[in-house]
Design a protein around this ligand. Structure first.
Ligand code: BG6
Length: 465
């Protein structure tokens, strides 16, 4: 009983939120590099290129590009078995459409992987995490089918270069964010449903082809999809609230339906028919989707939503996450996210019942304001409580419900900038980084109380939660 012996304990980051060095060693600009930070209720702004005088948190982030050896050594001290990280596409193909990759960028990730191996840490690589090379905007980014080929040439480069080094790949971070934040998901700055469904179609196709390519290049490769773990409860037992909840879940679950089953579900095709949405399907595409089903499903989990008959079907918005009605049974995080550990067990069951493939939790954590004491200690008992309660529910899903969970990577083991707001003060880490919302600080790394707690969790393979 308990966690499997080879359970992948670890942490997860994304290049644009931690690396900084946004133009170093030939890197090009990405969609993340033209997003300002939100402050005092001002939404993040997408600017036309980099505008002087504006603050862009991705440019320096927490300096992981230069500090990665120190950071990975700290992860190793906690006993990480794996490190989920993303490769910045614009380090490898600075504009996205070059024929030849940027050797400096490739070399950097060689060093990152070698550092992981030095500590026996298995990399889990997200190929595209909320950043599309800005150079692909001239094509219309993911709205244009040509981007499928650019992405595949990027994938081919990675699969060949890191063959034998990287075995676990995720094609797109939170692919279903295309319905809520299409700029982040695919460089598409539009609320038009036809545009986001076209872009999502291209990502499905690209992912399906990448899955097949990964298997051809190395039969050891395991490729997963990554789902933003939307989970919703009906506001009441009114059947109308329940129907709305089902409809709400469909807006998200259709993404995992396509990637895990290999075809669009009937409910989505009917909706497209009603709404007049046309998928740009070419001969052979549907076959590709079938052949490119993923090997496993990974997902992020932070909160649950409460949906009623008058709740919108999609919570759109670049800035923050709206969660429908307030759930009176739950505590809220400082950023208004409903903390719901039991919802994690519910979601694990829902996804496994639906697809029967291995699952991996690749993001879960608490964004909170931390206080550094005079002696440099950071007492983040709230974070320990949050994580501990979630891990207990994950354990029940494994032990009681028999859900096969491959691993758990907590988000983000070291403080990084928040994706929704660009803030630094919304901290998730076991490791504190001395940098503030304006990018000022020493960038010094400090261990929080949760650092020692997680070390113990891994050491006991989840025995001590
Ligand atoms: C997920 C993203 O949606 O949520 C991460 O994959 C993000 O990139 C995480 O950081 C937490 O959200 P935020 O806005 O608190 O950083």
């Amino acid at each position: 009983m308990g966690f499997p012996k080879d359970f992948l304990w670890g942490g997860a980051t994304a290049a644009n939120q931690c690396e900084g060095a946004y133009l170093t060693d030939g890197k090009g600009l990405s969609t993340a590099d033209v997003m300002t930070a939100s402050a005092h209720g001002v939404p993040r702004e997408i600017t036309d290129g980099v505008v002087e005088g504006k603050y862009y948190p991705s440019h320096n982030a927490v300096g992981h590009y230069h500090h990665f050896k120190e950071d990975i050594a700290l992860f190793a001290e906690m006993g990480f078995k794996c490190y989920r990280m993303s490769i910045a596409w614009s380090r490898i193909f600075p504009n996205g459409d070059e024929e030849v990759p940027n050797e400096e960028g490739l070399k950097h990730y060689d060093e990152v992987f070698d550092t992981c191996f030095q500590f026996g840490i298995e990399p889990v690589v997200t190929i595209s995490h909320f950043e599309t090379p800005l150079g692909l905007l001239k094509y219309g980014a993911w709205e244009n089918r040509r981007v499928v080929d650019f992405y595949l040439s990027y994938c081919e480069t990675l699969f060949n270069r890191y063959k034998g080094k990287v075995k676990y790949w995720l094609t797109f971070n939170e692919i279903n964010v295309m319905s809520t934040k299409p700029w982040m998901a695919g460089g598409v700055n539009s609320d038009d449903e036809q545009v986001s469904m076209t872009a999502a179609y291209h990502q499905f196709l690209a992912s399906a082809k990448a899955v097949q390519m990964a298997h051809e290049i190395d039969s050891d490769n395991k490729v997963g999809m990554m789902y933003n773990g939307h989970t919703a409860y009906p506001a009441s037992s009114d059947p109308e609230d329940m129907q709305r909840t089902n409809d709400f879940m469909h807006t998200m679950l259709f993404y995992s339906d396509v990637q895990c089953r290999g075809y669009y579900p009937a409910y989505k095709l009917k909706e497209f028919e009603r709404e007049g949405i046309i998928l740009p399907i070419l001969d052979g595409d549907l076959e590709e989707l079938k052949k490119g089903k993923v090997d496993f499903l990974s997902f992020s989990y932070y909160m649950t939503h409460v949906v009623g008959k008058n709740t919108p079907l999609v919570f759109k918005g670049l800035n923050g996450v709206k969660t429908g009605y307030k759930n009176p049974y739950l505590q809220m995080s400082d950023w208004g996210w409903g903390i719901d550990p039991m919802g994690l067990r519910y979601l694990l069951n829902l996804l496994y019942d639906r697809y029967q493939i291995p699952l991996m939790i690749v993001e879960n954590g608490l964004g909170a304001v931390d206080k550094v004491e005079e002696d440099g200690s950071i007492h983040d008992s709230y974070r320990i409580d949050y994580l501990s309660e979630h891990l207990k529910e994950m354990k029940k899903a494994i032990e009681i419900d028999g859900v096969p969970v491959m691993g758990y990577t907590m988000w983000g083991p070291i403080d990084i900038i928040a994706a929704s707001t660009g803030e630094m003060k919304k901290r998730y880490g076991f490791i504190y980084v001395d940098v503030d919302d304006n990018g000022n600080g020493t960038f010094k790394r400090m261990k929080k109380d949760s650092f020692y707690w997680y070390k113990e969790v891994i050491e006991s393979n989840g025995g001590n939660l």
